[in-house]
Design a protein around this ligand. Structure first.
Ligand SMILES: C[S@@+](CC[C@H](N)C(=O)[O-])C[C@H]1O[C@@H](n2cnc3c(N)ncnc32)[C@H](O)[C@@H]1O
Length: 297
């Protein structure tokens, strides 16, 4: 069958999805699809396209899972059903870290820094990897951690794809938030540390009642729902960090956190932790999602 004929086949009512699938499977651009409509597709390819389309249209898989990848901050990352599909608003966290690093470099006369990067709840690794790509000469030690081992496999695959491993000491650790850090006091004590985290922060009811089927039934619940009162994870992480500071594992002056949550949640955390943690708004999106910078006082 010719590409042009397939593009007009009424079975494929969602033309944008069909085009995306064709581009991915034929490894070509959208423009090329339309300029090469006479390209002949063999039966095996037609069958592949049909199955992939059905995964999306009938089985209601998110397109990113069908394709096996997602674009994030200009790069392609592998994803599968063990990992959240990274959302575009989260990209802003990469810009925020870059601004902070550039500002600090300026203050320090641009000297090479051997900072530690912690990506907590890494999923497919987009945050940590994108921060490394944008700030290549800043970090030396990098920790990617998640509660699910399956997501760490994907994060490692993305790391190996995008990063020159000889530049960093990278660790992929299955752990509950920052609990693992107590085993690495020799590495993090007295170092500058940047922590990036987009922990689950969606109230259970909102997830179950408002998220679309494709999200609810296909993306991992553990990536969304933030405990009984939806801020459990941030609370727990702050308490873990405080313990590390009390045990001299972490130097509070050198830790900067970049977090994503909902606007009104920042106010709750500020009320509860305001005596110990400073929160600064970096960017708020119209749908109530906020990127926050936070540091221990
Ligand atoms: C909203 S997703 C964020 C994924 C990725 N960082 C991103 O921004 O696209 C939250 C991640 O936190 C992980 N997670 C959930 N509970 C956790 C815990 N107790 N400790 C560590 N990671 C956890 C989930 O498995 C999921 O990968």
């Amino acid at each position: 069958m010719k590409v042009g004929k397939l593009l007009q086949d009424p079975k494929y009512s969602e033309k944008f999805v069909l085009q995306k699938l064709l581009c991915a499977l034929l490894n070509c651009t959208r423009e090329y699809l339309w300029t090469d409509v006479d390209r002949e597709l063999d039966n095996e390819m037609v069958q592949k396209i049909s199955l992939a389309y059905d995964d999306y249209a009938i089985k209601k898989k998110p397109l990113e899972y069908v394709l096996g990848h997602v674009d994030f901050f200009g790069k392609e990352f592998f994803v599968n059903e063990a990992t959240l599909i990274p959302r575009p608003e989260t990209e802003y966290m990469i810009t925020a870290v870059k601004e902070f690093v550039d500002w600090t470099l300026k203050m320090e006369d641009g000297k090479w820094m051997e900072w530690v990067l912690l990506d907590v709840g890494t999923g497919c690794g987009v945050l940590g990897i994108s921060v490394l790509l944008q700030n290549a000469d800043t970090f030396r030690e990098v920790f990617f951690s998640d509660i699910t081992p399956e997501s760490l496999v994907v994060a490692k695959k993305n790391y190996d794809t995008h990063i020159d491993g000889s530049r960093y000491d990278a660790r992929f650790i299955q752990a509950d938030l920052c609990a693992y850090l107590e085993n690495y006091s020799d590495i993090i004590a007295w170092k500058d540390v940047i922590l990036v985290a987009n922990l689950p922060y969606i109230p259970e009811k909102t997830h179950d009642e408002q998220n679309p089927e494709r999200v609810k039934n296909r993306e991992p619940r553990v990536a969304f729902v933030g405990g009984d009162d939806w801020l459990d994870y941030y609370r727990q992480m702050f308490n873990q960090l405080h313990l590390l500071v009390e045990n001299w594992t972490l130097n509070i002056e050198n830790l900067m956190m970049f977090l994503e949550m909902m606007t009104w949640q920042v106010d709750i955390l500020r009320q509860e932790f305001g005596d110990r943690i400073e929160f600064e708004e970096v960017k708020t999106f119209h749908f109530n999602i906020r990127i926050v910078k936070a540091w221990l006082k």
